[in-house]
Design a protein around this ligand. Structure first.
Ligand code: GLY
Length: 578
């Protein structure tokens, strides 16, 4: 019998004090993290939640000046690329979900990196066709896709910006030129990755000056990044796609120790794509996010649809049956993800079939039992194409960053942004790191004689798990949420939506609560009091369970009677609002 009171107490320990989070000048990042972290913040007009206080401050200043959520994102992203370089930046890609208060429209923009035109399905295989090990593939030029974040920032500004472009990049430029305080998390990441950062001389010179890793509290200057931002302020994002900076990117990739095939033409033809949002109805709310090439909204959507017929609200967060339902729903959804989801410009993803009411009801009925499903396989959604795909074999490790913003006009922005692995490809150009996003493709192109939907192809976008989400009720946003964490992102986001909507948790409590994630294998349970009690319960009903450290990085804003924000205490994010 589970110890209900104990569990309730340990869950409540994650509910934190609520207070105002007004913008204030930030000089010492680490002190501000300590001051703001883990507090639920309330506001009336605008709010921003992101992964580092310097970035949040830059975005908050823009919002306080009457900027839009898109303006604030640009300022925050430019700073994140400097102060959280291990997670996202100008050399990476992002997905953006936008709710427009004036029109009521929801827009999703795909700023995903593309594979070079010269890439083949064997990009990550050795001469005998054997898949490379993950880090053999990641470090160097081979894994670098076309950087997309700069063009996404510019596209968002063209569509929704209110303040002048150049001014939005100025806080980051100034921090890069004058120096910023290295955060504890950045310092820890550098120390952890020092051997790989040492591979490229200019990367080593920046992160490991004179051979020693930068330390928390150091003042770090990045003049090259300041110069890139100055150029970007004057000439726009085009500097990344033609001209000297673009040539430097291509040269760095082609001449790296593990060279890649990225070329000028790949940069020149890159485009941001507007895609149809993927929305599912969940207990009368519309949960909306990014469709292919992200698997995010489809898989989060499937998990929610699969548990919807069961009364999670009554069961509550303490009952192992809630976690059985969520865990097995995730296992089913991840099997479909592995079989069917990839860049829909290249493979016919059965988007409607995967969320079809009849199909979801049929799959959900499998959960009508008391114990874990003994075996889980991909389903057979209605399909308009005869092809059969092999199950995916991508290697996905946690990294990435998420920004949630609501502006004073009522617009909402949810953007998950990445350079993929920690410090991406480890190659630096213009003061920023180049992504290793191409390792989000499956290294194998076929399985059991069937092609894998997410195999490498020229110009294709690798499948992502990023799940920037906006939840609407009666056409108005009620929740802006997302997280880093590789393929665990999907579970983090689905769990937080359930915790907030079904279990009525305050957004900060929903973000802080223990994480339980099942990606169709071992049930990963966050180590701690709650996990220690829940893990044997889940084992007893048939799951293989592993207690471990799980580092979600959720940033969310609940919108109702005012704004309430939460930032994940497992990282360094804070919330500011007014
Ligand atoms: N590279 C992380 C993701 O796109 O899912």
């Amino acid at each position: 019998m589970i110890h209900m009171k104990f569990l309730t107490r340990s869950l409540l320990a994650f509910s934190l004090a609520i207070g105002p989070g007004h913008a204030e000048p930030i000089t010492a990042a680490n002190a501000l993290i300590a001051k703001h972290q883990g507090r639920s913040v309330t506001a009336d007009n605008w709010m921003i939640s992101a992964a580092n206080p310097l970035a949040v401050q830059a975005g908050a200043d823009v919002l306080a000046r009457g900027g839009s959520a898109a303006d604030a994102m640009i300022a925050a992203q430019a700073v994140l690329g400097l102060v959280e370089p291990q997670s996202s930046g100008l050399g990476g890609g992002a997905f953006l979900v936008w709710y427009d208060a004036a029109s009521g429209d929801l827009t999703t923009l795909d700023g995903r990196e593309t594979a070079p035109l010269a890439a083949t399905p064997r990009l990550f295989q050795d001469k005998d066709g054997k898949p490379l090990s993950f880090f053999e593939a990641v470090v160097g030029g081979r894994s670098v896709g076309v950087p997309a974040t700069p063009l996404l920032m510019e596209e968002a500004h063209k569509r929704w910006g209110k303040l002048a472009w150049a001014g939005l990049l100025e806080p980051a430029r100034k921090l890069a030129a004058d120096g910023f305080e290295v955060s504890k998390r950045m310092a820890k990441s550098v120390a952890w990755d020092a051997a790989r950062l040492a591979i490229a001389p200019d990367t080593a010179a920046y992160f490991l000056p004179e051979g020693a890793a930068v330390q928390a509290g150091d003042l770090l200057k990045n003049p090259a990044y300041a110069e890139t931002l100055e150029d970007m302020a004057q000439n726009g994002a085009s500097i990344f796609y033609s001209g000297p900076l673009a040539e430097a990117i291509v040269s760095r990739v082609q001449n790296a120790a593990n060279p890649g095939v990225l070329d000028m033409v790949d940069l020149a033809i890159y485009r941001i794509k507007e895609r149809p949002p993927i929305c599912v109805d969940y207990h009368g709310n519309q949960v909306c996010g990014m469709g292919p090439p992200s698997s995010g909204a489809l898989t989060v959507g499937q998990i929610l649809k699969l548990v919807e017929p069961y009364d999670l609200a009554s069961l509550g967060a303490d009952d192992p049956q809630s976690w059985r339902l969520i865990g097995d729903a995730s296992r089913l959804a991840f099997k479909d993800r592995g079989r069917y989801m990839a860049d829909s410009d290249y493979v016919p993803v059965p988007v409607q079939g995967l969320l079809d009411d009849g199909y979801m009801a049929e799959r959900s009925a499998l959960l009508d039992r008391d114990t874990a499903l003994p075996k889980v396989t991909a389903g057979t959604p209605e399909y308009d194409h005869a092809a059969l795909w092999g199950d995916d074999m991508s290697i996905e490790l946690p990294s990435t960053s998420h920004i949630s913003i609501v502006d004073s006009f009522g617009n909402a922005l949810s953007m998950t942004t990445t350079i993929e692995n920690i410090f991406g490809s480890r190659l630096m150009v213009g003061g920023f790191l180049l992504n290793n996003e191409l390792t989000d493709f499956s290294f194998s192109s076929h399985r059991n004689g069937h092609p894998i939907a997410n195999r490498v192809e020229p110009g294709k976008r690798p499948r992502s798990s990023m799940s920037p989400t906006i939840v609407l009720r009666d056409g108005k946003p009620i929740l802006v949420i997302g997280s880093p964490g590789g393929s665990r992102i999907i579970g983090f986001v689905a769990q937080t939506i359930i915790a907030h909507l079904d279990w009525g948790m305050d957004i900060q409590a929903a973000i802080s609560m223990p994480r339980l994630v099942n990606r169709s294998g071992t049930y990963e349970v966050e180590a701690g009091d709650f996990g220690t009690v829940m893990a044997p319960e889940l084992e007893a009903i048939g799951f293989e369970v592993k207690l471990k450290k799980i580092t979600s990085g959720l940033h969310g804003i609940a919108i109702g009677d005012g704004l309430k924000g939460g930032a994940d205490p497992r990282r360094e994010g804070i919330v500011l609002g007014d």
